[in-house]
Design a protein around this ligand. Structure first.
Ligand SMILES: [Zn+2]
Length: 310
């Protein structure tokens, strides 16, 4: 009996990533160009793995958004993943506790661009204070809906991501090995865009910490040698700033630089995690699973072309 217990424990240790209770549900209803194929496709599998990474490191408890409990009605509003100049909406979405929804799809974004990610907005007719609070704060303190500039936390219902289907982008969905020369690593771009949905560069609680062209969050500065973190266009991290891949000692620039070099995999770094913490997320280190996910990667650079990740 002792042996069986020990074996079960061992299995537990090597299974990764371990969910903390945080759940990202990807929704394909607006994937009208069928970029993601059907259940079990390589595209969906890579996307789910990117989501699972965040599920394994985020420890926030989020209240459910449930309009069925009273007379509340609401619309989740977001950019159409297949036509990002348009907004679309979903009425009376039920968002379980600790869960966010991300609507995904693709569009032709032209050569040189890889994707777009953003949190969603909403309109609502709340039937109760409880529903209003759940929708606007999800039970997190530090969010005062309607008072601009003072939020210290971020707790959206979710958002959207759109990936570039332009023929010039040679996507690879293989998460088990480093992308080859000229290949664009979908997993890296998915990790990047999910961070935007989580408010990186997009949330009021992030913007509050942008001073000039620097990010001045306390966790980020501590991670950057007690220095402000220089930003470039649209709140991306200056590529000259180096950090280490989360859960490892591997040196890497931020996942949230504006460009991804072909043939390169970029993973979340300690600096990115610190900036998410400054945005209000509770990030829980889990070196065991991170190591397993990163096993066998070498960081070879193939500088054939740089592409923008919006
Ligand atoms: Zn970006």
């Amino acid at each position: 009996m002792r042996f069986v217990c020990a074996f079960a424990l061992l299995v537990n240790v090597v299974s990764a990533p371990v969910s903390r209770g945080f759940d990202i549900i990807f929704n394909y209803d607006f994937d009208t160009n069928n970029f993601f194929g059907t259940a079990g496709s390589a595209q969906r599998t890579a996307l789910e793995q990117a989501g699972a990474f965040y599920e394994s490191i985020i420890g926030d408890d989020l209240d459910a958004i449930d309009p069925t409990q009273d007379t509340s009605t609401w619309q989740a509003i977001f950019k159409d993943p297949t036509a990002t100049t348009n907004d679309v909406s979903v009425t009376d979405l039920v968002v379980p506790a600790d869960t966010i929804f991300i609507y995904v799809g693709s569009e032709d974004r032209g050569a040189g661009n890889l994707g777009l990610g953003a949190p969603g907005g909403f309109s609502a007719t709340p039937g109760s204070q409880a529903f209003y609070d759940a929708l606007t704060t999800r039970g997190e303190s530090g969010i005062t809906f309607g008072t601009p500039g003072d939020d210290t936390d971020f707790a959206p219902w979710g958002g959207m991501m759109s990936f570039n289907e332009h023929s010039s982008v040679n996507w690879t969905y293989d998460t088990g090995s480093e992308p080859g020369p000229g290949e664009v690593d979908f997993y890296s771009v998915a990790l990047h865009e999910i961070a935007h949905v989580l408010g990186f560069g997009t949330a009021e609680s992030f913007e509050r910490l942008v001073s000039g062209s620097d990010f001045i969050g306390a966790n980020a500065q501590a991670e950057n040698g007690d220095n402000p973190v220089p930003l470039v266009a649209e709140n991306h991290v200056d590529p000259s700033v180096m950090s280490t891949v989360f859960g490892t000692a591997t040196s890497q620039q931020s996942l949230m630089v504006a460009d991804l070099t072909d043939g390169t995999r970029n993973l979340l770094t300690d600096l990115d995690a610190a900036m998410l913490e400054d945005t209000g997320w509770e990030v829980i280190p889990e070196p065991g699973s991170a190591m397993l996910l990163l096993g066998g990667l070498s960081m070879l650079l193939f500088r054939r072309g740089r592409r923008q990740v919006a």
